[in-house]
Design a protein around this ligand. Structure first.
Ligand SMILES: [Zn+2]
Length: 220
C-alpha cells in the first residue's frame, strides 16, 4: 500500500479513520507523539534530551522528530506502507520529510485531507459529553446523539461531564491555528498532485468508504 499522510482539522475524525485504515490494511500508525513517548520509554539515546525539552515546556525540535521518524520508517513493519498522523505540520517539515524518504528509498505516497465545515466541527466539539463511569459518549448538539435524560448516561445513569477545553473559545483558537498552519501545506501537496480531499462531515462510514476508494485506485 502507498503510505498515507492524514491531514484534518479538529473533530474531523482523524483518530478514528487512522485506526480503521491501520486495522483493515494491517499497516502501522505513526504519530510524532508516539515516537517521542516510545523513545523516552525505551531509553533511546535521545531520551534524556527529549525529556529535558518536554519538562522545560519547550517544543521538541524538528531535527529530533525527523531522526526518530527516519528510524521508525526503516523498521520492516513499514515496508507495506503506513499512516502518518500529525506530521508534517508545515511545509518546511514536509520538505525535510521528503529528503528523508529519499535517503531510505521510500516514496511519498498520498495525502488525504479530511475536510469538515467549521460550524459542524464546532458543534461536534462543543456539544461533546461523556460518561466517566462507562465511557459512553454523547453530543448535546445533535438530536441523534443526545442522551435520553439531559446530563445523564443512558447506560448507567451517571452524570455526564464535559472536558474543560471543549468550549467555543478553545475550539476557535485550535481551528484558526489549524487553518493558518495547514493551508500552505495543503497547497504544497495539491501542487504535487498527491492530495485527496474528502468531506468528513457526513459520518465515519462515508469517510472510510471514500478513503478505501482512494486506496484501491492508488494501489491497483
Ligand atoms: Zn455511563
Amino acid at each position: 500500500m502507498k503510505s498515507i499522510i492524514l491531514l484534518a482539522p479538529p473533530a474531523a475524525g482523524k483518530g478514528t479513520q487512522s485506526e480503521l485504515i491501520c486495522n483493515k490494511y494491517n499497516v502501522p500508525h505513526i504519530s510524532t507523539g508516539d515516537l517521542l513517548r516510545t523513545a523516552v520509554r525505551d531509553n533511546h539515546p535521545l531520551a534524556q534530551t527529549i525529556s529535558d525539552l518536554i519538562n522545560s515546556g519547550a517544543l521538541v525540535t524538528d531535527e529530533i522528530v525527523l531522526d526518530l521518524l527516519k528510524e521508525r520508517l526503516t523498521k520492516c513493519d513499514c515496508d507495506n506502507g503506513y499512516v502518518l498522523d500529525g506530521f508534517p505540520r508545515n511545509v518546511s517539515q514536509a520538505v525535510t520529510y521528503e529528503e528523508i524518504l529519499k535517503e531510505i528509498d521510500k516514496e511519498l505516497g498520498i495525502v488525504i485531507l479530511l475536510d469538515i465545515d467549521r460550524k459542524l466541527a464546532k458543534k461536534r466539539i462543543v456539544g461533546r459529553l461523556s460518561c466517566q463511569a462507562c465511557g459512553s459518549v454523547y453530543n448535546s448538539m445533535f438530536d441523534e446523539h443526545k442522551s435520553k435524560v439531559d446530563g445523564a448516561c443512558d447506560n448507567c445513569h451517571s452524570v455526564l461531564t464535559k472536558r474543560d477545553d471543549d468550549n467555543e473559545e478553545t475550539f476557535d483558537k485550535r481551528f484558526d491555528a489549524y487553518v493558518e498552519k495547514t493551508k500552505p501545506l495543503i497547497d504544497y501537496y495539491n501542487d504535487k498532485e498527491v492530495l485527496y480531499r474528502i468531506d468528513s462531515g457526513i459520518d465515519k462510514e462515508y469517510t472510510f468508504n471514500e478513503i478505501e476508494k482512494i486506496i484501491k485506485e492508488q494501489n491497483d
